[in-house]
Design a protein around this ligand. Structure first.
Ligand code: ATP
Ligand code: MG
Length: 420
């Protein structure tokens, strides 16, 4: 357990999990300095619970393997100095202090060099808030003012921003993502370098761009970051230039503000007014997104104008299924809120009614698929139907059922089928 007093603030009580403390003290007993580092220290200082812990140490991977020879280890990236140790059920990534060599491809260091100084290791990290280390023995190591920037709430590069983005252009998008997630503005020199360095995003793989953009869109301050750095987004996704410079940009940003922070809904909110479902699909495809994301988002974009009503919800359920309908209800709420034509209360009331109705339909096992119909293909064949006519008849019956024109009962359905 440790206490950090933020300058001028109140003392924060911070606790490292037991396995992390154990790992640090084992390395130290073996003569190697060791620290929790990066995101976990930042999150502690900010008062959040870290989702994982990284450790850095003076020990080389071979030395780490010695220290943890009785534990389960995974050779995550020995070349780069990383070993994962499973300690008391917790996976810990332990990495040797390192300095990165030159970056000639704008993304990866040509070489890495192990060092025995934690300060060296911190100096290669991207932002001051991410460049702090902590150990119970040494306390907080913060050579770049990360604690002050946590307190002030700013994203600032370690060192010269233009040089840092020149080394690795992914940091440009990481700056935007952290700004959106934490709600911290990007400090001016760093912000200028973000704008000026944006063309170097061509050195970053599309998959990594996708991960960072998704994180950005899911951030609580996504709209404000997009409003400040539209040219960066345009560089990453040129197919969106019409959206970014067009009349729907503000509505798009308001939709993002109103949408739940779910991957599908964020992307659907972001792309819904980009021109067409095809443009949205192409943008996602250019980022090498999964088929599931491409399909879900384009279907939501296609259905965004659907007027959802409790009375006809069973039919909509038949058309798009329960999972998509649940998403669509929330998506429509975000879109209507962003349009600002109705009061937010009215939109919220409608949404609640739709969600209730969907819940009831599913609880009551309402019929929305062919397999739930009280008649099947054999029944249709017995009525003398053959081939495709059987499927058509069943579909016709399902439509009657979801529209409430016929009960889902065998007798009633057979009678209806005979009429058709
Ligand atoms: P998150 O909560 O999103 O995981 P994080 O800070 O842990 O945030 P990671 O991507 O897991 O982010 O990286 C761990 C640490 O490694 C960062 O805190 C930072 O110190 C360093 N780091 C990661 N990527 C880079 C990069 N591209 N350039 C420089 N340092 C980086
Ligand atoms: Mg992390």
């Amino acid at each position: 357990m440790f206490i950090i007093t933020l300058k001028g603030g109140f003392p924060l009580l911070l606790t490292l999990p037991k396995p992390v403390e154990t790992a640090l003290s084992r390395l130290e007993s073996a003569g190697f300095s060791a620290y929790a580092v990066g995101g976990c220290v930042r999150d502690h200082v900010l008062g959040f619970t870290p989702h994982d812990y990284d450790i850095c140490t003076a020990a080389t991977p071979e030395e780490m393997q010695q220290v943890f020879q009785n534990e389960r280890t995974i050779e995550t990236g020995l070349k780069h100095g990383t070993l994962t140790v499973l300690l008391q059920g917790m996976p810990l990534e332990i990495t040797t202090f390192r300095l990165d060599g030159a970056y000639s491809d704008g993304r990866h260091p040509d070489s890495v060099q192990f060092t025995s100084r934690v300060e060296d290791d911190l100096s290669r990290r991207d932002f001051t808030i991410n460049a702090m280390a902590y150990s119970p023995k040494e306390g907080l190591v913060d050579p770049f003012g990360g604690q002050a920037d946590c307190k002030a709430g700013v994203i600032r590069c370690v060192g010269d921003p233009a040089a840092r983005f020149g080394e690795d252009a992914l940091r440009i998008l990481r700056a935007l993502r952290f700004s959106a997630r934490l709600g911290f503005p990007i400090e001016e020199a760093t912000a200028n370098a973000v704008r000026e360095g944006r063309t170097q995003l061509c050195h970053v793989s599309r998959e990594r761009i996708a991960v960072e953009l998704t994180g950005l869109l899911q951030g609580k301050d996504a709209s404000s970051v997009l409003r400040q750095f539209p040219e960066v987004i345009e560089t990453a996704l040129p197919e969106l230039d019409a959206l970014i410079h067009g009349p729907h940009w503000e509505t798009t940003l308001r939709t993002l503000d109103a949408a739940p922070k779910d991957v599908y809904l964020c992307w659907a909110a972001f792309l819904r007014l980009c021109g067409s479902e095809a443009v949205a699909y192409e943008a996602l495809k250019s980022l090498k997104m999964s088929v599931k994301i491409m399909d879900t988002v384009s279907q939501l974009v296609r259905w965004q104008g659907a007027e959802l009503r409790p009375e006809s919800l069973q039919e909509t359920l038949m058309r798009i299924g329960p999972e998509r309908l649940e998403q669509l209800i929330l998506f429509r709420q975000a879109a209507r809120t962003a349009e600002q034509k109705e009061s937010p209360e009215a939109v919220a009331r409608d949404t609640e009614a739709l969600r209730q109705k969907l819940k009831t339909l599913l609880e009551e096992n309402a019929c929305y698929t062919l397999s739930q119909l009280a008649v099947n293909g054999k029944d249709m064949a017995a009525l003398g139907l053959r081939g495709p006519a059987i499927g058509e008849a069943l579909h016709g019956l399902l439509l009657k059922v979801v529209r409430g024109e016929t009960a889902n009962e065998r007798e009633a359905l057979l009678e209806a089928a005979q009429k058709v």
